[in-house]
Every structure is written in structure tokens, then in C-alpha cells.
Design a binder for this molecule. Structure first.
Ligand SMILES: [Zn+2]
Length: 262
């Protein structure tokens, strides 16, 4: 199973670093609400694509920064990620991989008991691909995360997938109701994330300056109250946190995996 996020980035670079201030009313986890503490540092093995001339276009410092930047989102459940190994992928076709190469990349370079994280360029065929996750930590191959070298803000979202979360949106088949009445069977199957009508088209139809501006209604005729700061949404310039139930779901996934992580 592959979950692919298509992001359109260029309009949003300018507000890339305006972070969380717009989302004061969102229901993200805050201290004082009890959550299980996994108390686990996951070791990350970063695999970096190289160009035909041998360039990575990414420094080791940038890799470490990218990984460390996600830790604040996982801190409520005492999970963190630490880069322990970095290598380069000798075959430059993995630097700008085609669809069929992702599986091969992981089969070639993945290492058991580590979180395998692949850095490559993912822009092709028009849309801007920010990241991708195949499988989860429950999978036989422990899953794999692919991150666009120029889109580090997508990493927390992809790690959410790796730990069993779904997108808050379902392009082409969005029937989640604003009143949460079908939250257990539709959308992301998480009941503290508001319905999200994002359809895979353009972010600017849905957000402006990280304000939700979409004025469509759900099947009941209710306006959406979508949280643009949720990390499992498509609104990556606005990422702010996971919801409480998303954090609980990730703990559940970790507790259920038969795989061992160093
Ligand atoms: Zn996603």
C-alpha cells in the first residue's frame, strides 16, 4: 500500500516558517492531558540520492536538522528520532526515482531494526511530490519513508503514516461529515480530527495564509471546520501538531508491531 502526498509548494514557500501562530484554537495535544509514554528513541538510517556527478545537494547537517525538527511533534508520547547512519545510494536513478524504483530502493538499502529514510528529488510529471510512505512499522519490511530533499516539512506527516495514521482527507471519496457522526468509518478513522474536504487539487482553494477558506459544505449542508494545522492534513505550510487520538493511534501501532527497533 502506498500513500502518496501531492503538494503544491511554490506559492507557500514565503509562509513556510510562519509556524503555529495561526492555529491557536486547534485541539492539539498540550501538557496536562495524560498520554502513554513510549519512551523510545528510534534510530534513523538516512539514505541519500546522488546525481550523476556524485552530488547529494544535501548536507549531513541538513539531514540531522530535518529529523530533529520532527521530534517536538512526537514528544507528547515520548518518541524521538535520531540519525545514526547516513549513506549515499550509488545508483543515481534513485536520486529522482520513478514509481517502480521505490520498492527496489528499500529492498536494496533498507536495514532491519532501523527507520529507513530516503532523501531524493521527487518532482516529476507536474505535481510536487513532498513525501511518500510505503507500509508501516507493522509491515514485514518495517515500512519506508521517502522525503523530497527540498521539502523537509513533509517528514512529520510521513512518519505519521509510518506509525499507522491516515491522511485527514480522502481525495475523490470524501464523505466525512462535519458532525463526526461517521468518523469511525470514514476519512482517517480518527474521531478528534475534523472532516477535511481537501480533494487533492490545489491548496490555495482551501487555505489562504493558513486560514481555512473553502466554503463548500458536507452532505448534511454543514460548513467544514477543518484544522489546517493537523500534520496529517495536506496543508503542510501550516503543520502544527498531531491530535490526541492520532498520538494514541501511533502508540497503538508501536505496541502492535512484531518488529524490533534498536
Ligand atoms: Zn499522507
Amino acid at each position: 500500500m502506498s500513500k502518496v502526498l501531492i503538494y503544491r509548494m511554490k506559492q507557500y514557500l514565503l509562509i513556510f516558517f510562519l509556524f503555529c501562530s495561526f492555529a491557536m484554537n486547534a485541539q492539539y495535544h498540550t501538557t496536562g492531558k495524560e498520554l502513554p509514554c513510549v519512551n523510545k528513541v528510534f534510530k534513523v538510517f538516512a539514505h541519500v540520492g546522488i546525481s550523476e556527478t556524485g552530488e547529494t545537494n544535501l548536507t549531513e547537517e541538513e539531514i540531522v536538522e530535518t529529523v530533529e525538527a520532527v521530534n517536538k511533534y512526537f514528544e507528547p508520547i515520548c518518541i524521538s528520532f535520531e540519525v545514526c547512519k547516513i549513506d549515499t545510494m550509488w545508483n543515481y536513478t534513485f536520486n529522482v526515482p520513478r514509481e517502480h524504483l521505490y520498492e527496489e530502493m528499500h529492498a536494496t538499502f533498507g536495514e532491519d531494526h532501523l527507520i529507513d529514510l530516503y532523501f531524493c528529488f521527487m518532482e516529476f510529471g507536474g505535481p510536487f511530490l513532498c513525501g511518500r510512505t510505503d507500509g508501516t512499522i507493522l509491515s514485514d519490511d518495517e515500512g519506508a519513508v521517502y522525503t523530497h530533499k527540498q521539502c523537509p516539512r513533509g517528514l512529520a506527516h510521513e512518519l505519521g503514516h509510518l506509525f499507522g495514521l491516515l491522511d485527514t482527507f480522502v481525495p475523490g471519496n470524501n464523505n466525512s461529515l462535519v458532525d463526526y457522526s461517521n468518523c469511525e468509518t470514514t476519512g482517517d478513522l480518527i474521531c478528534d480530527t475534523p472532516a477535511d474536504p481537501f480533494d487533492g487539487s490545489r491548496l490555495e482553494y482551501f487555505i489562504y495564509d493558513c486560514r481555512f477558506i473553502y466554503d463548500g459544505k458536507d452532505a448534511n449542508g454543514d460548513y467544514y471546520l477543518t484544522e489546517v494545522g493537523n500534520i496529517m492534513s495536506a496543508y503542510f505550510p501550516c503543520y502544527c501538531g498531531f491530535s490526541r487520538d492520532q498520538l494514541l493511534k501511533m502508540v497503538e501501532t508501536y505496541n502492535a508491531t512484531p518488529n524490533r527497533f534498536w
